[in-house]
Design a protein around this ligand. Sequence first.
Ligand code: NDP
Length: 248
Amino acid sequence: MLLENKIAIVTGGTRGIGHAIALRFAREGCHVAFCGRSQSHEMEQVEQELCALGVKAKGYAVDVAEYQSAQQFVADVVKDFGRIDILVNNAGITDDVAVKRMTQEQFERVVATNLGSVFCMTKAVQPLMWKQGFGSIVNIGSVVGIAGNYNQANYAASKAGIIGFSKSCAKEFAARNIRVNVVAPGFVETEMTSQMPPELKATWCQRIPMKRPATADEVALACVFLASDMSTYITSHVMPVCGGMEDA
Ligand code: NDP
């Protein structure tokens, strides 16, 4: 197993891509702490599903875009699990609208959640990883952070910011054997994209050489690789998982 007895935090693990990552990690023998903003039935179900695979797993209700909450979350995970080897910053939101109509609140909320949470969680785990002399941080970006997109300037800015932040951290942390990489999915079939009108979905699929969306599990497999000892010399990398979209 690729992640046997490692300990990971996956933010936003209650559904969608985060859930797929938590599940794949557990199948690879990893103990998993995950979170959503509130305690929910979904969270309990994921916890049970992971534990049934024979690993330790626990869901936490935490807003990872809140600095103090992120600090407390990491302290709680260390208390419950003992250490942290892997951090996957997956939690994210969208609030799509053209720039002409976008409010400051819509811009700031998306950037604070998507990029702010990566900062808060990285700040919280960095001292631990620094001290232990190893760690892998995988940040979930998006091809939209590379290419931009209509009605997603707030989201694209947050995801482009994740790339710059990750590459900077990769440089600062490399000497302590802490790797920082980005997985940049294209179009993935999840709850986040289920709200899209069918015509828009069809247009997206036409732009994808593989002519289909990714499954959440296909994104999770890229995360397993970057989190595992299969990639010990890979840092500062942006890995698109996008079916070959040209502008990614
Ligand atoms: P979902 O909306 O399905 O899931 C988002 C998850 O993040 C939920 O578990 C949610 O839990 C959690 N979350 C959101 N905000 C916070 C917060 N502030 N604190 C803690 N948890 C939070 O999204 P996806 O699975 O589709 O997306 C996951 C990631 O992948 C995101 O970063 C997204 O930008 C990225 N991505 C997705 C693509 C897609 O096509 N779906 C394409 C490219 C990138 P709760 O609601 O309980 O807080």
